[in-house]
Ligand binder design. Sequence first.
Ligand SMILES: Nc1ncnc2c1ncn2[C@@H]1O[C@H](COP(=O)(O)OP(=O)(O)OP(=O)(O)O)[C@@H](O)[C@H]1O
Ligand SMILES: [Mg+2]
Length: 112
Amino acid sequence: MKLLKCIIQPHKLEQVKDALNNIGIKGMTVTEVKGYGRQRGHKEIYRGLEYNIFFLPKIQLDVVVEDQLVNEATKAVLENARTGHIGDGKIFVMDVQNAIRIRTGEEGQDAL
Ligand SMILES: Nc1ncnc2c1ncn2[C@@H]1O[C@H](COP(=O)(O)OP(=O)(O)OP(=O)(O)O)[C@@H](O)[C@H]1O
Ligand SMILES: [Mg+2]
């Protein structure tokens, strides 16, 4: 299993969520986050002074998928989160050792 930690533009959440549901992922966790990438946020003028707004609002979408679905899930996020402009986000991929479904005690892929 892998954890896809996807940082995306907030307005892309619905579209990405629908695309992931369509390929059969079982669940996801969504968090409102702030962050910056290579541009370090953006510059903004306020009362004639220039400020660096480092932290821009993003959505973090955590989805644990079985190995078979990793490529398809990655593609779904890429295709649906991309606008082609800076700040589109990133996907970080991590190994997941185990998952346990608390209600039933199922483990591994069965627990997803
Ligand atoms: N190296 C990183 N580590 C952790 N989080 C990151 C990293 N790079 C980007 N992020 C997160 O992803 C968000 C979006 O990053 P962003 O898409 O701006 O990356 P980028 O490298 O600047 O690419 P682009 O040039 O397309 O803007 C950031 O606001 C931050 O939350
Ligand atoms: Mg950027």
